[in-house]
Design a protein around this ligand. Structure first.
Ligand code: SF4
Length: 294
C-alpha cells in the first residue's frame, strides 16, 4: 500500500514531466504551423523560438517557461485511497518541486502581495479527486500559465452584441470573439478548452479539463467534433498569428465538452492555453508501478 511519501515522489515526477516536456502532439501541431508560415516572417521566427525552447527544456529537464503556472491536478482513484492523503501529497510535491527549481516560486498571498516562497498557497495547487471503478490511480496535471489565464473568457448567452443565441452557432460566435479579443496575448498559438453549460465555476473547470485531451483525438459527439475543427480553421483565418505577430497559426487546437445547465443560464467558458501546453498523465498500479500513457 503506497503512503504519503510514495505518492509525493510520484507526483514530483509528474510535475517534472509536465514542466519540461512538450507533448508530442503539441510539438507536431506547432511544427505544422511553422511549415505554413512564410520564411523570414515574425510568425516563423516566433514558432522557431518556441520549438527551440521546448527542445532545450526537455534536454535539461528544466521548465520550458519561467511562469510555471497554476498546477491543476485531476486524480481518479479506486475506493479505499484517502483523498486527504492525495491532497497532502500534491501540496508537498509542489513545495519539493519548487525547491528543486522544477517550478518557479509562483504563489502570492493576495492581500499582502507577498510571495509565499514555497509555490504553495490556498488553491495552489488545485486538486480534484474522484473515485472510479478501476484498480489503478490516474494522476493528470495541467500547469496553466498566468498570461493565458488572463485572456480566458466566459460568456453568458444570449449575447446580443455578438448576435449569439443559446445554441451551437451562438457558442461558435463567442469562442471566436474570445480568440479575437486575445489578439495573440497569452502566448499564442493557443489551444482552446471550451465548456458549454455548467455554472460559472464548473464551466471553467471543465473547460480546463478539456485541455488534457490530445490535440489529435476526436470528439465522440459528431457535432462537437465538427465544431472543434471549424473553430481552429476560422481562428486561423483571423490573421492574428503566433504572439499576435500576424500569420496563419493563431490556434492549434480546440476541445469542447458539455455540462448540464439551469434553464435560466447558458454559459460558454473558454480556457485559453498558451503554446507551453504543459500536461502530463501517469497511471499508478496497485504495486506502485508508474506508466505514462501518451
Ligand atoms: S502564457 Fe504560457 S508561455 Fe506565456 S508566459 Fe505564461 S506560461 Fe509562459
Amino acid at each position: 500500500m503506497m503512503g504519503l511519501e510514495d505518492w509525493t515522489k510520484v507526483i514530483v515526477e509528474v510535475i517534472a514531466t509536465a514542466t519540461s516536456r512538450l507533448p508530442d502532439d503539441v510539438t507536431a501541431a506547432i511544427r505544422a504551423g511553422r511549415a505554413q508560415e512564410a520564411e523570414g516572417s515574425l510568425a516563423a521566427m516566433a514558432l522557431d523560438a518556441v520549438l527551440k525552447n521546448a527542445e532545450l527544456a526537455c534536454s535539461e529537464t528544466a521548465p520550458m517557461c519561467q511562469d510555471t503556472g497554476v498546477p491543476i491536478f485531476w486524480i481518479h482513484h479506486p475506493a479505499g485511497i484517502s483523498t486527504g492523503m492525495l491532497n497532502k501529497a500534491c501540496a508537498e510535491a509542489i513545495r519539493r518541486a519548487t525547491a528543486q527549481k522544477l517550478l518557479r516560486e509562483n504563489a502570492v498571498d493576495t492581500l499582502s502581495g507577498r510571495n509565499t516562497g514555497t509555490g504553495y498557497a490556498p488553491s495552489i495547487p488545485s486538486v480534484h479527486c474522484e473515485e472510479w471503478d478501476r484498480p489503478e490511480v490516474k494522476v493528470e496535471l495541467l500547469l496553466k500559465g498566468g498570461g493565458c489565464e488572463n485572456v480566458s473568457a466566459q460568456y453568458s448567452l444570449p449575447n446580443t452584441s455578438l448576435g449569439a443565441d443559446r445554441n451551437l452557432e451562438g457558442a461558435r460566435r463567442v469562442v471566436l470573439d474570445a480568440v479575437y479579443q486575445a489578439q495573440g496575448k497569452g502566448c499564442g498559438p493557443g489551444i482552446l478548452g471550451v465548456c458549454l453549460g455548467g455554472d460559472r465555476g464548473t464551466g471553467y473547470l471543465e473547460a480546463k479539463y478539456q485541455l488534457m485531451r490530445r490535440l489529435d483525438d476526436r470528439n465522440p459527439v459528431a457535432e462537437l467534433d465538427a465544431m472543434e475543427k471549424r473553430l481552429v480553421d476560422e481562428s486561423n483565418q483571423l490573421g492574428i498569428g503566433p504572439m499576435g505577430f500576424g500569420g496563419k497559426t493563431t490556434v492549434i487546437g480546440a476541445k469542447i465538452g458539455t455540462l448540464g445547465r439551469l434553464p435560466a443560464s447558458y454559459f460558454v467558458s473558454i480556457a485559453y492555453l498558451c503554446w507551453a501546453a504543459r500536461r502530463a498523465t501517469a497511471l499508478v498500479g496497485a504495486n506502485g508501478e508508474v506508466t505514462w500513457p501518451s
